[in-house]
Design a protein around this ligand. Sequence first.
Ligand code: AP5
Length: 197
Amino acid sequence: LNTSITMTNLVLFGKPGAGKGTQAAFLKDKYNLVHISTGDLFRFNIKNETKLGKLAQSYMDKGDLVPDEVTIQMLQQEIENNPKAEGFIFDGFPRTIAQAEALDDFLTSKGMKIHGTLALEADDEVLIQRLLERGKVSGRTDDQDESKIRNRFVEYNEKTAPLIEFYKKQNKYHGIDGIGTIEEITTRLSNAIDALK
Ligand code: AP5
């Protein structure tokens, strides 16, 4: 892996629908980062009917998190698959304290680290409306009814929200207002990334 001092590794954090995937698509090009979305990886495996996809599907359909063991292994493999990366943008990972600790340990073992966690912040009701809209066209089974969307927020509150303190303790947490146009939010994120350097 490229462990040079110029490497930038970012966690893009936020509740379901906060805009992680949308923003990662811009930031990966702007900063030349490899975008790793665990949600996209699971959806790819489901579409291709792999063993991993079959395992993940039952959890994702309900809006539950996929077990840590499976997710951590998949993420580590994806990092290994990109030995020439100049940096990574992690989208949808970590989502539990166990995942965050495993990520830190794994990166440390490679001479790497997380430089910052950028957290897109927005109210639940705005996010639920965004996801219900997307569910009409995206075919994502976990967007199609409000009870599944609400379960994803319950999972977030129980398992993912503790990461805010985890990253604050490491002085790596940067809250970003997630309401506005996509361009406005990209600018806010870019300013935060530039300030990390
Ligand atoms: P994942 O794919 O990560 O889904 P999510 O966190 O629920 O996030 P979304 O993709 O729904 O939202 P996003 O923040 O990326 O927003 P987006 O840009 O798409 O995970 C899905 C499932 O996989 C999980 O529930 C779990 O089962 C499993 N999983 C994944 N990772 C896991 C892990 N680490 N551990 C365990 N399980 C895991 O935008 C949302 C919508 O809003 C879009 O329609 C977009 O066009 C729109 N939008 C974006 N920005 C704006 C804006 N500024 N204004 C208005 N609309 C906007």
